[in-house]
Design a protein around this ligand. Structure first.
Ligand code: FBP
Length: 550
């Protein structure tokens, strides 16, 4: 098979591990902390997770563990959206298992959680793993968004675990997939199965984090990839000086990606959804904010600029959030009936008696092509697919109209020509940065140690990430401690709470200190492409967000 020169070179990259995992395998044991509690809804969660609720933190320390050389059978799942480094999680898990016992077997479940339900597997051999080391993508086994939800799906998953005599299942996924991992761990135990379930924190969105999970893998590479592209657009527009670029960035609900890319490129405007919600900004107020910067720069003769728009923005604008919530509930309550209405005009009529009058008015005020995007299929977890709502185009259209009014009022006299972009899929399968290569490999290796320690319902955790890798701290965090109950598909469900941008934390505050200057002057930074080989200050740096947070 032909491979690129970079891919060949990356095969030889040796990911760095925390000191505790890079020494002798016979010298790793687990130290337990205090029992944990869920974030909220503790009573209900204790009841749902009767066997797995409230386990203690686990940290790996030096010491003897008599099970470490046990022969294992483990199945691994890549779940949800792709994130750079997934292959290295599998490689770390594989290498740990083989170091423990060369006879151990790692199965890959094909195409996400459905591979577990339908028992579709491939045995991952040394040769196969070597083909994917330090590469992007999830193509080694494929990924999928199937949610293990129905009693039948849980029973089939257990059946597969029994048929393969699995010691453990490792779920590499985001908040929803790891919620599923927690439910699976509970189900297995409640049904007398000894198959353990361990999660690994994946998602470019960066929203699966807390004080014990410093970041999800893939965030680093995705942000650096988008920042390269944004930086290139900044330089392009600074050269020709004639376009405003409106760039929507993936990240689902959270604005972590937009904020990190703002630090790396210093655009004129970066909207932060969490702030929009906190200040209850309307769509018109957001447009006013953008127009104020455009007018200010036009006065200086700068009819160009860059605006970053987080993917989930619309869900945080109070009137639109209300509309989305009402749409979700109305559609979930009568899914079949709604599916039968295919024409947009008829859909509006269908909705008119099912959502509130103010929400109906908001729906009607949106350009029809955008309004239709709010009605597209929900994902299997009941979320609106925000990546498919063209917020960047909506904003360009509204800004154009507002500037025309401002011109009439003599408040603006510049030229406005805008181009819209959406960066999302471009960053999800990039070659993982050195940081993600190391972090992912360590997460996979840690998952192996958690399995050897007999733990279930844990998320693999590697901390102290701004230090050099040998100083990283590895262990596991009980999944139930990250949970609360949330409204999904019309009813309350246990879910891992998404970590959104905290307005009182250092990253956002640092951004606030700088943004007024960026809105008026041209302060662009050009971070360039991810470097895989070279000096550590260029190649081995974590994100600015992580540095500010820790
Ligand atoms: P995960 O939450 O599964 O990691 O997915 C992240 C993401 O890339 C989001 O940023 C985006 O909204 C979504 O996936 C797009 O989903 P899809 O790949 O199904 O189009």
């Amino acid at each position: 098979m032909d491979v690129s020169a970079l891919q060949k070179a990356r095969y030889n990259y040796k990911p760095k591990l925390p000191a505790i995992l890079s020494g002798s395998i016979e010298d790793i044991t687990v130290e337990f902390g205090d029992p944990t509690e869920a974030i909220s809804d503790r009573e209900e969660l204790r009841d749902i997770f009767k066997n797995t609720y409230g386990k203690p933190f686990a940290t790996f320390v030096k010491g003897k563990h008599d099970q470490i050389k046990r022969e294992l059978k483990v199945g691994v799942i890549l779940s949800g959206g792709q994130a750079p480094g997934g292959h290295n999680v599998i490689a770390g898990l594989f290498d740990g298992m083989k170091k423990g016992n060369p006879n151990s077997t790692l199965y890959g479940f094909k195409a996400g959680p459905s591979g577990l339900i339908d028992n579709k597997t491939v045995v991952l051999t040394q040769e196969k793993i070597d083909e994917y080391r330090n590469t992007g993508g999830f193509d080694i086994i494929g990924s999928g968004r199937t949610k293990i939800e129905t009693p039948q799906q849980f029973a089939s998953s257990l059946e597969t675990a029994k048929k393969l005599s699995l010691d453990a299942v490792v779920v590499i996924g985001g908040d929803d997939s790891n919620t599923n991992a927690a439910l699976l761990a509970e189900y297995f135990l409640a049904n007398g199965s000894t198959t353990q379930v361990i999660g690994c924190p994946k998602t470019i969105d960066g929203d699966l984090k807390n004080e014990h999970i410093e970041t999800s893998f893939g965030f680093d590479t995705a942000c650096k990839t988008y920042s390269e592209l944004i930086g290139n657009l900044c330089r392009d527009t600074n050269s020709a000086k004639k376009y405003w670029h409106f760039i929507k960035l993936m990240g689902r609900a959270a604005s972590h990606i937009a904020l990190e890319c703002a630090f790396q490129t210093q655009p004129n405007i970066c909207l932060i959804s969490e702030e929009v919600e906190a200040q209850a900004h309307s769509l018109n107020q957001i447009v006013d904010q953008i127009c104020a910067s455009i007018a200010l720069r036009a006065k200086n003769g700068d009819n160009f600029g860059v605006v970053l728009v987080p993917e989930g923005l619309v869900e945080f604008i109070p009137e639109i959030k209300k509309l989305i919530d009402e749409l979700n509930d109305a559609i979930a309550a009568e899914e079949k009936s709604f599916a039968e209405v295919t024409n947009f005009i008829d859909q509006l009529y269908w909705l008119s008696s099912r959502i509130s009058e103010p929400s109906y008015r908001v729906m009607q005020s949106l350009p029809p092509d955008i309004a239709q995007q709010f009605l597209m299929d929900r994902d299997p977890h009941g979320n609106v697919q925000v990546s498919r709502i063209e917020t960047e185009k909506l904003l360009v259209g509204m800004v154009e109209k507002r500037l025309a009014v401002m011109k009439g009022e003599n408040k603006y006299s510049g030229k406005f020509s805008a181009l819209s972009h959406f960066f999302g899929y471009e960053g999800r399968c990039a070659f993982p940065s050195n940081f993600d290569s190391d972090y992912c490999y360590s997460l996979g290796f840690s998952a192996f140690v958690l399995i050897m320690a007999g733990l279930t319902g844990y998320l693999s955790s590697v901390r102290n990430l701004i230090a050099p890798a040998d100083k990283w701290i590895a262990g596991g965090v009980p999944l139930t401690m990250m949970m609360n109950l949330e409204q999904r598909h019309g009813s309350k469900k246990p879910v891992i709470k998404k970590a959104l941008v905290e307005l009182n934390d250092k990253p956002f505050k640092t951004f606030v200190e700088k943004r007024d200057l960026w809105a008026e002057k041209t302060c662009f930074l050009f971070p360039g492409a991810i470097q895989y080989f070279g000096p550590p200050e260029v190649c081995d740096q974590p994100t600015i967000t992580l540095k500010l947070e820790y």
